[in-house]
Design a protein around this ligand. Sequence first.
Ligand code: 13P
Ligand code: SF4
Length: 370
Amino acid sequence: MGQVLFDYTRQDATGASRTAQAWARVPLATAPAERRAARARASALLKQHNAVLVAHYYVDGELQDLALETGGCVADSLEMARFGRDHAARTLVVAGVRFMGETSKILSPDKRVLMPDLEATCSLDLGCPPDEFARFCDAHRDRKVVVYANTSAAVKARADWMVTSSCALAIVQHLKDQGQKILWAPDRHLGRYIRDETGADMLLWNGECIVHDEFKALELELLKREHPGAPVLVHPESPAGVVALADVVGSTSQLIKAVVDGTASTYIVATDNGILHRMRQLAPGKTLLEAPTAGRSATCKSCAHCPWMAMNAMQGVIDCLEHGRGEIRVPEPTRSQALGCIDRMLAFVAANPASIAQPRRGFVPGLGSA
Ligand code: 13P
Ligand code: SF4
């Protein structure tokens, strides 16, 4: 199995940033017959172990299908967390990236949480080291600490609130209405988008998603001109120039809902292209165009597919269930310290379901898994 290297931004406690390098494993290609056998084996193991598969929209389409056909879910970060917490299964297999498995374990310490590949990480998580982040918070004690879900358990342990892209706007608006100043980490694009929309006083950490950071406004504008009737759907981890061209800005679930509910026949989608699998299933008659990344200079980094989501393979599901590999552990007291900010978000969402559906430049009402 090969490896690919990626540059990402890493900030320190003083606010200074540097470029660091991370690696991801390239998944092995397998023949159709082998894939069918592996899927049947994974399905049988899930049943045998009374386990449920909780998958993100960006993972391999076959894993998404397996999750749905075995009673699991395919969802955004918020719904994955809620589904895992509320499901009766004693074992959760989380197909996504590390922070998603950790969030499930923090919420369900008595469940066994397994992941197909424990080294599937996220550039936002890597770019926000817990010790540097803690020192940054110490230097700004007058601010409420709001962190994106895409962070380690240790970073969440230092936060007042966790948010996902589904509810970040509503929660920051709520804090602003209370007169709070905010320290936001780690995604600078999402932070800037929320600051622009709410007018909140936000000090931003300098991190980015290496996938969404590659979407290009200029090329998107040209594509838009070729398809004037096509709404542009953008995940808010994208750069400001791309968000400015959006008809709908939202989480993965909200972007899917925009396609399903929309009346247009063609859509331009600016998020990881793993989402197209579920969009096509739910809106089969519609044409979906991928938003441009690096145009003619496209590289492996700018292929609009998360290299760490891609590390989730059917064989990984089999291995974790057969051999108990890939178990997520979050030691105390980090787990209980991190629980506070997640619970606060979940309580807010439960108490304010309508606030999450607030229209923002076509922000789509309704949440959850598709
Ligand atoms: P969602 O919560 O919108 O699914 O986003 C998670 C993520 O990692 C997007 O890159
Ligand atoms: Fe992280 Fe970006 Fe991958 Fe999402 S797509 S998991 S934000 S690197």
